[in-house]
Design a protein around this ligand. Structure first.
Ligand SMILES: [Zn+2]
Length: 163
């Protein structure tokens, strides 16, 4: 995805209040973000770990989602798949992240949830290394399919938030 400034990110949120946007803390090392290898930018707030943020490069500009991890989410290893990357090779910690819906639905307390890698490493997961025993397979297209799938499912989740 293209580089974004912190200002662009703050302006991109579709389901956060002004005070929630104001309170956002960016991750350490934000300046060295590897944008080129990201399908979305996601991070947990370093000071409020119950809050997560996911910024997706939509057709009409970046779309930011304000997410909540479950109360007391201790990050126990669970054998569930992330709904976005569906990474099956490594055991990653997956949280049920909840997003307030936009518009009147959100004001009435309506939310949608989805399972996402706790530390938002989906982009890294779909760009896995080629297993040495399977070098004969067409990895560039396999990897591209994974990347496309991650983007499609992220867009689907955003459309559910927009309801
Ligand atoms: Zn994931």
């Amino acid at each position: 995805m293209q580089n974004l400034t912190q200002d662009q990110i703050r302006r991109s949120f579709i389901n956060a209040s002004r005070s929630e946007v104001k309170a956002i803390n960016f991750p350490a090392g934000f300046e060295t973000t590897d944008w080129e290898n990201l399908d979305y930018l996601g991070w947990r707030d370093p000071k409020m770990p119950q809050r997560g943020y996911l910024i997706y490069p939509g057709q009409d500009g970046p779309v930011g989602l304000f997410l909540r991890a479950p109360e007391g989410g201790s990050g126990k290893l669970r054998k569930v798949l992330c709904d976005l990357c569906r990474d099956v090779r490594c055991e990653v910690v997956v949280y049920l992240y909840v997003a307030r819906r936009t518009g009147p639905a959100g004001r009435n307390g309506n939310t949608v949830g989805t399972l996402i890698c706790a530390d938002f490493h989906c982009s890294r997961n779909v760009r896995f290394e080629v297993p040495s025993k399977a070098e004969h397979l067409d990895w560039p297209s396999i990897r591209q399919r994974q990347i496309d799938g991650l983007r499609e499912r992220t867009e689907l989740f955003i459309s559910r938030v927009r309801g």
